[in-house]
Design a protein around this ligand. Sequence first.
Ligand code: ZN
Ligand code: ZN
Length: 354
Amino acid sequence: MSDIPKSMRAVVYRGVNDLRLETVPVPRIGSKEILVRVAACGVCPTDIKKIHYGTVPPPRIFGHETAGTIVVVGARVRGFRVGERVAMHHHVPCLDCHACHHSNFAQCPQYLETGITAGFKPSGGGYAEYVRVMDFCLPGVVKIPARNSFFEGAMVEPVNTVLKAINKLRLCKGDTVLVAGQGPIGLMFTRLLVLRGMRVVATDLMEARLKLAKQFGATRVVRGDATNLSDQVAKLTRGRGADAAVVAVPSDAVVKQSLALVRGAGQILLFAHTRRGAEFPFDLATICVDEKDVIGSYSSDPMIQAEVARLIFSRRLDVRPLITHTYPLEQAAAAIELAAKPTEASLKVMVTVG
Ligand SMILES: [Zn+2]
Ligand SMILES: [Zn+2]
């Protein structure tokens, strides 16, 4: 423990759009906890919203798609060693409450607690040099194989959220799914649905993203504003309409478009509408008579953790093309800015530490 410094650099959220590089104490751990030296942390849209809209009170250290190396293991922790390279989940359910008994893990009271911190109110802590992993988050710690990078490790959490959402869709092999939005998340949906044997119609407004969707196996790639989009879906489905639509972009117009493109008794899955307060008018007979289901999915599922790790680390889902930009910790604000306003060339943005 002697080589662990007393203080470290961290990017502290001090208020709306106010991130500061500060020196803070290295977190102390308890006997049932571990300390991890952060190597990489993905920039996630949910953190961006908190920073831009101030939905949670400061001060905090955000960053929850974190990978790094274990540097201290509490005396009462079993199964982890100093030097192991790991990826982490900041939310882990109790598996023993009403929500967990229904497999609604993201609604579990413990799950809603954040168990990884670099100081202040626990908020992920990945934008810092060290994070403390509390005891209840240890089941969410995944070891990264030697041949895989920390960046691949940092993708475990977001990929889990995507696979969890896919598991909510009632699909048969060969079904057609519209994936609207080919950002990093949309591209993961595209690839994972293709691996499950689905035909994917991928839409976006950026050519570079459509090109990558094609490489990821999409059957059709179409600009989201193309007038022939419904013809393309009709052609692929003998006029039935898509079996499901994934809305991976926070656009109400895309929700409306998806409701129209999905067949009767199909599903519309909302993945990007995480900001509260938005209302959306639609014809309720679409649900009652046409039996279209509007569903949502949020956060991860611990039960599919091993499958997610296998998909990434075997590179059946090769996340490497998704990581386009890396910034050092001092430039975390710039990293968040780019992730908030993506360019043709940008997808997943990572912050590298140390
Ligand atoms: Zn995230
Ligand atoms: Zn629970």
